[in-house]
Each structure stands twice: as C-alpha cells, then as structure tokens.
Ligand binder design. Structure first.
Ligand SMILES: Nc1ncnc2c1ncn2[C@@H]1O[C@H](COP(=O)(O)OP(=O)(O)OP(=O)(O)O)[C@@H](O)[C@H]1O
Ligand SMILES: [Mg+2]
Length: 259
C-alpha cells in the first residue's frame, strides 16, 4: 500500500523542501519506488532535483486544472526509482482560483487515486503558510512528517499545526496522522532534548525520530548546484543522515503493519 506523506513544518525555513528532496532521493537509493510532488509555487523541490521548465510540458498546476493527468505529468529522474511531479510559479494563480471552494482542498487527494499503488512512497512538499496549497497537500496525505528546528520558538507554532490537522480531519473526513518529528540542522541529540524541555513539549518526546539531520554545508552546496545531497557527496553527514532516516521511516511503516 502506498504511503503518502506531506512534509510540514512548525514554520517557514525549517528545511521542508530540503527534506522532501533528500528523503525522496534516499528512498529511491534504497530501491523504494517514490514520487516526489512539488506543491509549492516557489518550486524549490523541482529546482533542487535539477528539473528546469524546459524539461517538462505538464506540471502540478496543469493536473489541478484538469489539463493533464498525474501519470502524464510525473517525470522520470536519473534515479531509477524516483519520479517527480514538478511545480512552477503558475501554480500560485491556479491555487488562487481553486481556493474559492473548500471542496477543492480535496482535489489533490482525489487525483492521487490515479497513481495509487504505482509508488511505494509519495512525498509532498508544501508551502509554509496555511493557505489552499498547504491544506490541499495535507488533505492528500495519510501521514504528516513534521520538520522541526531547535532554533525556533516552537510551542505556539506546533499547536497551530495540530489545530490544522484537526481541521483537515474533520472538514474532509480523512485519516491524517502525524508520522513523527524530524529535527533538522542541529548538531547533537542533547540539543533536541533540551529544546523539548525549554519549549515545554515533553508530551511529544516519543514522536521524535532517532535520526536527526545535522547542519551540513553540503546541503547549501547541493542547492547551489541544483542536485540532491547524495549526488553532491553521498558520504557527507547530511546525505548519510537522510539515508539512515529513510531506513528508519521504512521500519516505522513496517512495524505498524501498514506496508
Ligand atoms: N541540514 C541543513 N544544513 C545546512 N543548511 C540547511 C539544512 N537544512 C536546510 N538548510 C538551509 O535552510 C534553507 C531553508 O531550507 P528549506 O527551503 O528546505 O526550508 P523550507 O521549510 O522548505 O522553507 P519554506 O518555508 O520557504 O518552504 C535552505 O536553503 C538551506 O540553505
Ligand atoms: Mg520549502
């Protein structure tokens, strides 16, 4: 059964797009068939996979407008097990139109039925702000992976995210669940533990993954070169951490019998 996961963050810049690209790549490296969906008009995930506008004719905006099917728009990458559904800035205009009707928030979830069971993992990168696209991306998923940073004041933002999950579950009657919390750009486990204490978030300690993503300049270098970190340097701390994390997540889904 396909695991559909949207990457959420307690706020902007926590590393959602970096995680979407590098987690999708890591799943592909361990030979799990994966689709990365870019649902953000910033198109960071599309660009950081090295995909240029000239490389495709259909994208997520055309899918949401009913002008292309998911299967036509998903493009192959140099990773045998990774396809990408790209985004461009025109997604912004399409989203403005679709936002007029709450029912449209379910649209991406309905379109995903087209590729159900084609992929083992579907990873969706969404914008930070709570607008149509982030709600549509969360509604499309069964799982939310929360990308956290020890450098932000999180308590309020985390509770806002929980309220959003509740809204989506009740408005659209979907089984959205939090898969867990991934800490990004931190240096030690102790940093995470003291952050949880300081933010008064001990009740969610058990949701934090063992793996965390270290601060690593390979990430910025790979962004500059528009390639995933594993292609920049597979032995780099960040690329190794994302690979470990893909294995940890795969185990998480196995353990719960949802494979
Ligand atoms: N592990 C890391 N090590 C070093 N730098 C990082 C790491 N993770 C993210 N960054 C830096 O943080 C920046 C923001 O990351 P990213 O764009 O993935 O965040 P985001 O949550 O997707 O932001 P937005 O809310 O704008 O979509 C990146 O451009 C990169 O420079
Ligand atoms: Mg982003």
């Amino acid at each position: 059964m396909t695991k559909i996961m949207t990457i959420a963050g307690q706020k902007g810049g926590t590393g959602k797009s970096v995680t979407a690209v590098n987690l999708a790549t890591s799943f592909a490296l361990i030979e799990k068939s994966t689709l990365l969906i870019d649902c953000d008009p910033q198109a960071s995930a599309t660009q950081w996979c090295g995909i240029k506008a000239l490389d495709y004719t259909a994208d997520i905006a055309r899918v949401l407008s009913g002008k292309a099917t998911f299967k036509d728009a998903a493009i192959k990458t140099e990773f045998k097990y990774l396809d990408v559904l790209p985004a461009g800035f025109d997604l912004f205009q399409v989203a403005l139109k679709l936002a007029k009707t709450t029912e449209n928030e379910k649209m991406l979830r309905l379109f995903l039925k087209d590729v159900e069971d084609v992929y083992e993992y579907i990873i969706i990168d969404a914008p930070s702000s709570y607008g149509f696209l982030s709600v549509a991306a969360m509604t499309a998923a069964d799982w939310l992976l929360v990308c956290m940073s020890v450098h932000d004041n999180s308590r309020q933002d985390f509770h806002a995210l929980l309220r959003m999950v509740k809204y989506i579950r009740t408005t659209h009657n979907v089984p959205l669940k939090i898969a867990g919390l991934l800490f990004n750009r931190c240096d030690t486990k102790e940093e995470i533990l003291s952050f949880m204490e300081n933010q008064n978030l001990p009740d969610i300690k058990q949701m934090v993954y063992d793996t965390f993503i270290p601060r690593d300049e390979t990430i910025q270098r790979s962004i500059d070169l528009k390639i995933p970190a594993a292609l920049q340097n597979i032995k780099s701390p960040a690329a190794e951490a994302y690979l470990r994390f893909a294995k940890e997540l795969h185990f998480f889904f196995n353990k719960r019998g949802v494979l």
